[in-house]
Structures are given as C-alpha cells and as structure tokens.
Design a binder for this molecule. Structure first.
Ligand SMILES: [Zn+2]
Length: 104
C-alpha cells in the first residue's frame, strides 16, 4: 500500500484518507498498524467494487444515513466493516468478498 504524507490532510480531522488505494496521511504522522489495516480493508473493498462503484456507493450510503442524528460516516457499511476488523491483522487473509454487505 502506497502512503503519501502531505500537509493537506489535517491531523485534527483525519488519521489518513485512502484514495484509489493510495493512503494520504498528515506530514510527520506515524500511522498505527490499526490504521494501516483499516485502510487496507478499504483498498480491498475498492478493488472488488472497481473503485468507481465504491465511491458511488459510499457517497449514496452516506447521504442516506445523514437522515439520523448519529454520525453518518461511522454507519456506512464500508466503515463498519473496517472499524470492526481493523484490530485483526489477519482479517484480509480470510475475508470473504463483499463482506461489507453484511453491515448494511
Ligand atoms: Zn475508514
């Protein structure tokens, strides 16, 4: 996984952002194994959704989940899978394709 450190990712708001399988992180920030695993799970989701459909689904699901008061971001199925398994370093070795659907 390619990691680019840049000043346009705010340390206060994001640990990292994954765009098309490339992780952008704040300059000087050390990414934890948990964060790297979280982003690797997103990369797996992106690949199986051919990248474009990942972002399309992600945005539509975020819009749909905005209707509630709790964080829409945290309730997106891709995020729920990534947060749920980010501590399991072997998760991607055993992950079934499209597993994020279980978190809809
Ligand atoms: Zn995430």
């Amino acid at each position: 996984m390619k990691i680019i450190r840049t000043c346009w990712v705010s340390r206060r708001r994001l640990a990292a952002i994954n765009l098309f399988g490339v992780v952008f992180a704040p300059k000087g920030e050390t990414l934890s194994p948990r964060t790297l695993n979280h982003e690797a799970i997103h990369t797996a989701q992106m690949k199986e959704m051919l990248f474009v459909f990942f972002y399309l689904w992600y945005f539509l699901e975020w819009l749909f989940r905005l209707r509630r008061k709790t964080s829409a971001y945290r309730r997106i199925s891709f995020e729920r899978e990534a947060y749920h398994h980010e501590h399991d370093k072997d998760y991607l070795k055993n992950r079934k394709p499209y597993y994020w659907i279980r978190y809809l």
